[in-house]
Ligand binder design. Sequence first.
Ligand code: 5CA
Ligand code: ZN
Length: 409
Amino acid sequence: MHAWPASEVPALPGQGRDLRIHDTATGGPVILDPGPVARIYVCGITPYDATHIGHAATYNAFDLVQRVWLDTKRQVHYVQNVTDVDDPLLERAQRDDIDWVALAEKETALFREDMTALRMLPPQQYIGAVEAIPGIVPLVERLREAGAAYELEGDIYFSVESDPHFGEVSRLDAAAMRLLSAERGGDPDRPGKKNPLDPMLWMAARAGEPSWDGASLGRGRPGWHIECVAIALDHLGMGFDVQGGGSDLVFPHHEMGASHAQALTGEFPMAKAYVHAGMVALNGEKMSKSKGNLVFVSQLRRDGVDPAAIRLALLAHHYRADWEWTGQVLQDALARLDRWRAAVSRPDGPPADALVEEIREALAADLDAPAALAAVDRWAALQQERGGTDEGAPGVVSRAVDALLGVAL
Ligand code: 5CA
Ligand code: ZN
């Protein structure tokens, strides 16, 4: 699948800083020290509805990770998937009486447009679940041969006990895992499973649903977790730097994914940091396609909202916080964008070098975007109140805001 066009990232004077980021698996900060090419996998959308502010907030967090790395003169190898076959997509297509392939293509196209408008850097590989199937089948076969998977009425399940490190991503107890599994696509109550938490790797073909040739597995379609693992291992290999997604993916998705990968390779860990963004709510409830309480990026754009203001609204919240979208959040972002644009529209201003360092320091400290915004606010206020004589300083600020925060002034 093709991704979307990259916006240019200006090079900044001086040296970027190494990223210190909160790792869900250890519950604390880790200082990432990637090689010359930093490797990141971010879970992509299930394309049955348009990109909402919650999605955009999560992708914003991982866009910042990349911008910090690029500022250290590293290259970034970024992989993202599209879950273009799964129960919710098939259910929505059936409800609306449209072809599921057409629905997925339409929403993926809109997602690309939204990501481009928001200046999110594109992945080098943007891979659909369907196109990954030829790579998924042999992995499931290998797990079965190794005794890490078993069959139940034609479906193939992963045995969580096959990974000695199972549970180390979420660190939840069995009862909590069971609840979340039932809520998030698992089937803990199905009789005949070895462990209620065991997730499906390959679902035997169901009448009226799409299916693919699964060689020794029979016709069917892949489970959700193995999809991301197959794509990540194929393009990044084991031990990549960051596995990213929203906090609703901690369990079961990232827990199971790590166990699949570790059982397949015998290596540990799959990723050096498991990084999770908080949930954005609307009217007191998590924004979600299934509940329908959504604010779409594309709708805001159609309403004439500058994408740079949408981006500033996301950046005004720490990525790990759960927060609520309101009209005020957008108003504040629009006002900030106006202030910043006015401040950089003069040829000279207060010195900018210290500000660049403040933005760098804020982002390197667990992506503290609100602190970075506050630093730019202070510079803009100084410019407004007293001005300054540093020639070219506004240009430096505008390039730093673009390179490190993805906001075009
Ligand atoms: N296709 C799978 C991942 S493989 C999936 O979860 N798709 S999704 O469309 O439901 O979500 C895409 C990304 O947006 C995920 O990282 C998810 O955690 C994140 N996300 C979904 N809802 C919200 C929300 N309300 N706030 C913040 N992030 C969200
Ligand atoms: Zn995923």
